[in-house]
Design a protein around this ligand. Structure first.
Ligand code: PMP
Length: 403
């Protein structure tokens, strides 16, 4: 699929420092955008720009239709039952903050507990710590084993009568571990506890089905799945979204306002105060159409092949240590090379046109568990090639020889 697909992404033709072809392996941070996404957004600004849900005029109705059709594209992508369950947010971070804040306000008292895991992104830790500061809740943490898998036996032991919610990532943005989310949900539900899944790193790589997982909330970001920045989604089962209070107040989210009493709008608008990014929702819908047309299973197979190839190549190199990658792991590889500092390695690879991530990847507790300050991370997308893996390996070899 690659040659034809790569042409959809103009940025991939760039030369870095006017010299090297771009080898973009920082897809877990954000993906590049195909023409189909950028052009749809440009066309909307040129031809159909008007504020949504408010106007009787032609353009406003057209913009509203586009925005609501996009919500249905997201619904289908996640296999949600209804568009009432699809809330547009700014991204995974805002979606998690919304749940922590609103679910916390409605259902958690001092001393109540949330279960997280040791491999969470800061957005799924700090949001709960803010709630902790406000409402004196407790954070309980599922440990991981040395292979980077959740300790499911420990998970089961964390439940008690104070457990109110479980909030865990679907895929680790550092280790590529794919967590057994259906099992996590099943166990939580046995205890009558709802589950939020952070899908920032799963939605770009394989089919996600919120009904099959039976999760209560699911968060993801548009920009990690070839869509624009500034838009993301919170899926929530209606039974929960109905019962939790709004996040922000403003236009769109109300039915009637008076100084004495305000009534809130229906789902999902109750959670969408203010003018939404209706152009970004179009971009997100075109991105989801794009990956759906290729086929998520094809994307998954391609990325698995690349990841296996990269692991095999890195495995043959002396001094390379890969952190906890599973055979069924996702398209993310974190590694270290001898004693070379991750920042030095990343900087020197950049000089060769190779874009990788270095640092703690917004997962400092996980770094502490791994006993490192940071790693180098290569992460793949549908447009990456084996030749790019070879370029990475050759780049590492070159840097290694310099040290
Ligand atoms: N969770 C995970 C697992 C992530 O990888 C990221 C992005 N690195 C986030 C949450 C936050 O996503 P965003 O910055 O798009 O809100």
């Amino acid at each position: 699929m690659n040659e034809q697909v790569r042409e959809d992404f103009p940025i991939l033709a760039r030369r870095i420092y006017d010299k090297y072809p771009l080898v973009y392996l920082d897809n877990a941070a954000t993906t590049q955008k195909p023409r189909q996404v950028v052009e749809a957004m440009t066309q909307e600004y040129y031809n159909a720009n008007a504020n949504v849900h408010r106007g009787v005029h032609f353009l406003s109705q057209q913009a509203t239709e586009l925005h609501e059709e996009s919500r249905d594209v997201v619904r289908r992508f996640l296999n949600a039952r209804s568009t009432s369950e699809i809330v547009f947010t700014r991204g995974t971070t805002e979606s998690i903050n919304l749940v922590a804040s609103c679910y916390g306000q409605a259902f958690m008292k001092p001393g109540d507990e949330v279960i997280l895991s040791e491999m969470e992104h800061h957005s799924n830790i700090v949001s709960w710590q803010l709630l902790q500061a406000r409402q004196d809740i407790r954070l309980r943490v599922i440990p991981i084993d040395d292979q980077g898998r959740l300790r499911m036996d420990e998970y089961e032991r964390l439940f008690n009568e104070r457990t109110r919610i479980v909030s865990v990532t679907h895929v680790s943005n550092v280790l590529g571990t794919v967590n057994p989310v259906a099992e996590i949900v099943r166990i939580a539900h046995q205890h009558g506890v709802p589950v939020l899944i952070d899908g920032a790193q799963s939605t770009p790589h394989f089919t996600v089905d919120v009904q099959a997982m039976d999760c209560d909330f699911f968060a993801f970001s548009g920009h990690k799945v070839y869509g624009p920045t500034g838009i993301g989604v919170l899926y929530g089962k209606e039974q929960w979204l109905d019962r939790i209070p709004p996040y922000m107040g403003g236009g769109e989210m109300i039915k009637n306002v008076s100084f004495e009493r305000t009534t809130f709008n229906d789902l999902p608008y109750k959670f969408e105060a203010g003018t939404p990014d209706y152009v970004a929702s179009t971009g997100l819908a075109r991105a989801l159409d794009y990956v759906s047309a290729i086929g998520m299973s094809r994307i998954e197979a391609h990325e698995r092949d690349l990841t296996a190839y990269a692991l095999q190549q890195l495995g043959n190199m002396p001094g390379v240590h890969v952190f906890g990658h599973q055979p069924q792991g996702d398209a993310v590889i974190s590694f270290r090379v001898g004693n070379i500092h991750h920042l030095d390695l990343g900087t020197l690879l950049d000089r060769l046109g190779i874009a990788v991530r270095t640092g703690h990847h917004c997962a400092e507790p996980l770094m502490r568990r791994l006993g490192v300050e940071g790693t180098v991370r290569a992460s793949f997308a549908l447009y990456n090639t084996r030749a790019e893996v070879d370029a990475l390996v050759a780049g590492i070899e070159r840097v290694r020889k310099m040290f």
